[in-house]
Design a protein around this ligand. Structure first.
Ligand SMILES: *Cc1c(COP(=O)(O)O)cnc(C)c1O
Length: 402
């Protein structure tokens, strides 16, 4: 026996799978997915329980590693990413923890972009460094540096594209080729785009990593994470670690993300379109020095981004105001619609000063090397009316240029 799938035709499109993939309804015939808040599952008899614990029969056993609400989310996300399988985790960082625990051992080497999410750098360089897994950090955009960093013991290449807050884009196909030539795997953190815009496996990535906290939930309610990959990686490498390590995704959070996935495509496409409009408007504003958004023709990797991201720039943009921290703070403090916070991927627009929050723990030199100035503002663009968002930013910007 294996866990049943919904009875669906085989040629469905992503928008349909995002709503219909998962599990068949329970015997009660609920239309919206039930929330399975149970820590363990019962068995018809002792012999069946024994078979299920020995993995001889697939069934739900214990929610540390198997729960129907989590399975629904995993199947939906795998369908969207175009991978055979997926495993949910407690957060995005939990997904990276599971990745390294599942694939690496002491003496192994990782090559990673220098511009990835700060906690990713801390986890790889700091925590895993302690256990003898070494990471070399290289340029986000220069593939020659990635190639030069490869060693005999390199097992993993880790990329995030586009990056936050500068929206630098890396060439997934080129990195996949370097990884595979060296007998390594390519992992792509797909948080900034989500599968609604970019499916890294199409360009050769082996594992797609997610923070469900961002666009997948989409309404800023829960933390969640996931790894999407082949069945052999998910069942063979990640599942056994999950079974003993307990970085588990809670059924409630999985249920929230599964419902979020139903509207992922419409949300992200609309948010991305609003972001591009705002980026163009900001580029023309006299108080703005520079705008970072992959959808702009002025973006250094615009052509690559359009190819990889289905023609969309994404819903995160950054801009430098003319001046410094004082001017950036004035624009942020003049907003009355945007949330002053340090997140994105929400239908609520979020405005952030990276230099003093998300990147506040870096030295001024490290920030300068990363291109993050005191004048920079990041915007996670939501679904409020575009004119209200423009007016919210204009309130502070117009004062600066007056
Ligand atoms: C937020 C984020 C993470 C970490 O996810 P959590 O759910 O907060 O643990 C990893 N990578 C990127 C790009 C992110 O934005």
């Amino acid at each position: 026996m294996s866990i049943p799938r919904p009875d669906l035709p085989s040629d469905l499109r992503l928008e349909t799978l995002a709503i219909r993939e998962g599990l068949p309804p329970s015997p009660y015939g609920e239309n919206s997915e039930a929330l399975y808040l149970t820590s363990c599952f019962t068995h018809p008899d002792a012999a069946t329980a024994a078979k299920r614990f020995a993995d001889e029969e697939e069934a739900f056993v214990y929610s540390r590693f198997s729960n129907p609400s989590v399975t629904i989310m995993e199947r939906r996300l795998a369908a969207l990413e175009g991978t055979e399988d997926c495993i949910g985790t407690a957060s995005g960082m939990g997904a990276i923890l599971l990745l390294v625990l599942g694939l690496l051992k002491a003496g192994d080497h990782v090559v990673c972009s220098r511009s990835v999410f700060g906690s990713t750098i801390k986890l790889l360089a700091g925590e895993f460094g302690k256990f003898g897994v070494e990471t070399s950090f290289v340029s986000q955009t220069d593939v020659v540096e990635w190639k030069a960093a490869m060693r005999q013991n390199t097992k993993l290449l880790f990329a995030e594209t586009p990056t936050n807050p500068l929206t630098d884009v890396c060439d997934i196909q080129a990195l996949a080729d370097i990884a595979h030539d060296g007998g390594a795997l390519l992992v792509v953190d797909n948080c900034l785009c989500s599968p609604a815009l970019q499916q890294p496996v199409k360009f050769g990535a082996d594992v797609v990593m997610h923070s469900g906290t961002k666009f997948l939930d989409g309404q800023g309610r829960v933390t969640a994470g996931a790894l999407c990959a082949s069945t052999s990686l998910v069942r063979g490498k990640f599942f056994p670690v999950m079974r003993s390590a307990g970085i588990s995704l809670s059924p409630f959070n999985a249920w929230v993300v599964a419902k979020g996935l139903e509207t992922l495509s419409v949300r992200v496409l609309a948010q991305s379109a609003q972001a591009l409009e705002l980026a163009r408007w900001l580029e023309a504003h006299p108080a703005v020095a520079r705008v970072y958004h992959p959808g702009l023709a002025s973006h250094p990797q615009h052509a690559l981004a359009m190819r990889q991201q289905n023609g969309h720039g994404g819903a995160v943009l950054s801009f430098d105001v003319k001046g410094g921290r004082e001017q950036a703070f004035a624009v942020i403090d003049a907003t009355r619609v945007c949330s002053i916070a340090a997140n994105f991927g929400d239908v609520r627009s979020i405005i952030t000063h990276p230099a003093s929050t998300t990147h506040g723990r870096l030295s001024e030199d490290q920030r300068a090397a990363a291109g993050i100035t005191q004048a920079m503002i990041r915007l996670g663009v939501g679904l409020e009316h575009l004119d209200d968002l423009k007016a919210d930013l204009a309130r502070g910007l117009d004062k600066l240029s007056a």
